[in-house]
Design a binder for this molecule. Structure first.
Ligand SMILES: [Zn+2]
Length: 239
């Protein structure tokens, strides 16, 4: 398994965003059209289909590398409509698997690509948080054969971290989100909700991203601060 440092993931995502910009022929502005990035830059397609779940679990989407296909669980179409940021993040997450961890050169060579046709990543949700698995799936009766049998395997936690970081970096490009975040008072939730809407991300994804970029801090009492330094008042003098 490849290991990526955060700054490497940011660089890969930024290079993809530049390719997208070229494709669009104009500067990027929020929300970033990551669907177009998936299709035009990464060469992936999207498909809505049913994904079988174990009792109590929630699988939002998956990736079928050999088909260059991101599958979204049609069962959650309504949830995704209500929370577009969730659909958006799920897409970015699966794109991250593709861009960071799939060896494209081995895809068309069955003897090299161990996962074969029957391998897919699925984003599995549980009460203890998001985990990633490769899971047994069943296609629906009229036979979309691509959702046949998948092997069960948990995503490496580091792989999950990496693809989530990638998703965040694509949907909230560092410079753009910084620019927008600096315009607002980040110590008030309504402002953050507005910003999340602008970038088509969930409030939790925005929160994590702003904290990654040191543009937000939440103390033990749940109070918002506009940076980690704001709490101690040490500012740039701290070492
Ligand atoms: Zn995953």
């Amino acid at each position: 398994l490849k290991f990526y440092r955060n700054h490497e993931i940011e660089e890969i995502a930024e290079a993809r965003l530049r390719e997208l910009e070229k494709e669009l022929g104009k500067p990027l502005s929020p929300p970033i059209p990551i669907d177009i990035l998936a299709e035009k830059v990464l060469g992936l397609d999207f498909l809505w289909d049913s994904i079988e779940e174990l009792p109590g679990e929630q699988i939002l989407g998956g990736l079928i590398p050999k088909r260059r296909l991101i599958v979204l669980n049609e069962k959650y179409q309504k949830l995704f409509n209500e929370k577009p940021g969730l659909e958006y993040f799920t897409k970015g997450h699966e794109m991250g698997h593709w861009d960071l961890f799939i060896d494209k050169s081995s895809l068309d060579n069955p003897s090299l690509f161990t996962g074969g046709d029957e391998c897919a990543f699925a984003r599995r949700r549980s009460n203890s948080g998001d985990i990633d698995i490769i899971k047994k799936l069943q296609g629906d009766p009229d036979g979309r054969e691509l959702l046949r049998k998948f092997n069960e395997r948990a995503d490496d936690p580091d792989e999950a971290r990496s693809v989530n970081r990638y998703s965040a970096a694509l949907s909230m490009p560092k410079q753009l989100i910084r620019e927008e975040a600096l315009k607002i008072d980040r110590t008030h939730w309504p402002n953050l909700y507005q910003l999340a809407e602008k970038f088509n991300v969930t409030i939790s994804a925005l929160k994590v991203r702003l904290m990654q970029l040191k543009l937000l801090h939440i103390d033990e009492s749940g109070k918002l601060h506009d940076s980690p330094d704001a709490v101690t008042g040490q500012g740039k003098l701290s070492f």
